[in-house]
Design a protein around this ligand. Structure first.
Ligand SMILES: Cc1ncc(COP(=O)(O)O)c(C=O)c1O
Length: 380
């Protein structure tokens, strides 16, 4: 049996109900109701269901008016989609280095750059499920015409200063791809408080249709990026388990942190100041180079896997070194400069996935013991 995804009778019942309804796409109730409930869960007025997280980001950028030549500020330590959608719209990605020893884009630098370049949008990424520090960006969102598009693909249920991710910026973008803490294999959702943007996003995922025009008429050129009823039926059940699963993961995560407290050579990267709830999508662990030397993180991963620890090397190339991004920027005449903190993160940070924390305490302690043993052997 695979350790993820987890499902039960509720998923089975919902899928069967969707099947028997005969409405498998447009006209069904599941996608609409799921997006409404998920938006409420995030503390937002409106939710728009869509095909995946990549599409959610692209539609959000389009909805706030990002187009050719517009600058969009974001992080180099994220999944490639965050930047590929900027390129697909012909816009200019501006990558800002991470906070030292952290995994989030430096918000002070990001807001200064956004202001100086008169950026159209900024995408803070709630990486690993940890809410991005973004006070300065939220301030700019109010004081200048800057859209804040949250990449919340990994951050279902996390909170910053008591507010859920997806409700912190102009539009939130979620993914339900198979590695996420809620999944239907694929899927996405946009969340916002603004009716005008929600209506536009709905139109952009729905071939440009609007409620004012006839079915085959529209003013917009757009695509079919809709979520299917089967996906939504599964996600409705997944949402009902999310809070309990977050609690279990948090308990084991705390245990792991305690166990690793005095361990030399490896250091958990903790959620930034201001985090009031961490969904524990990933437990990021940084190899301490001063203690561990130049050993490749992939080798550490192999050693841990051989002891049954489900761990991954995570991102190995920050996006300012990703050839697709480098080539796209070169085509615009932009040469990307080094970003040392992002490079260090790609070199040194390993990931333990959420399902490894969705276990009993004994298993969490076993993972901690294996980590200690492997690191001790490397150091000695
Ligand atoms: C940070 C981040 N952004 C965007 C995406 C894209 O989501 P999807 O795979 O659903 O297109 C993902 C997911 O893989 C992600 O982790």
């Amino acid at each position: 049996m695979r350790s993820w995804p987890l499902w039960g009778e509720e998923e089975e019942r919902n899928v069967l109900e969707a099947l028997r309804s005969g409405f498998w796409g447009l006209g069904g109730k599941w996608a609409f109701e799921f997006a409404r409930d998920f938006a409420r869960y995030c503390g937002c007025k409106r939710g728009v269901p869509c095909a995946n997280g990549t599409v959610a980001l692209k539609v959000a950028l389009r909805a706030v008016g990002v187009g050719k030549g517009d600058r969009v500020v974001t992080s180099p330590y994220t999944f490639v989609s965050t930047v590929s959608v900027i390129a697909e719209l012909g816009a200019v990605p501006v990558l800002v280095d991470l906070i030292e020893n952290g995994l989030h884009m430096n918000p002070v630098e990001a807001s200064e750059i956004a202001e100086a370049l008169d950026a159209k949008a900024v995408i803070p990424v709630h990486i690993m499920g940890m809410p991005s520090p973004m006070d300065e960006l939220q301030h700019l969102m109010k004081s200048m015409d800057l859209a804040v598009i949250e990449d919340a693909a990994q951050a279902h249920g996390s909170e910053r200063r008591g507010r859920r991710t997806g409700s912190l910026g102009t539009i939130g973008c979620f993914s339900f791809q198979s590695s996420k803490v809620m999944t239907a294999g694929e899927g996405g959702c946009l969340t916002t408080d603004r009716d005008d943007l929600a209506d536009l996003c709905w139109s952009l995922i729905n071939c440009g249709r609007t409620s004012e025009k006839d079915w085959y008429e529209s003013d917009l050129l757009a695509y079919n990026y809709r979520m299917s009823e089967f996906q939504a039926a599964v996600l409705a059940a997944q949402l009902s388990r999310l809070d309990h699963q977050i609690e279990v993961r948090q308990r084991n995560y705390r245990l792991l942190l305690e166990e690793l407290e005095d361990v030399d050579g490896i250091e958990p990267v903790r959620p930034p100041e201001g985090t009031t709830r961490f969904n524990v999508y990933t437990v990021p662990l940084r190899l301490e180079r001063k203690r561990i030397g130049s050993v490749d993180k992939r080798h550490v991963v192999e050693l841990l896997r051989s002891r049954g620890v489900p761990v991954s090397p995570g991102y190995t190339v920050p996006l300012h070194r990703h050839s697709g991004v480098v080539n796209y920027c070169a085509s615009l005449g932009i040469e990307l400069t080094p970003l040392p903190n992002a490079e260090a993160a790609a070199r040194d940070v390993l990931w333990i996935p959420h399902h490894a924390m969705l276990t009993d305490e004994e298993r969490a302690l076993q993972i901690a013991d294996s980590l200690k043993e492997v690191i001790k052997n490397i150091i000695s």
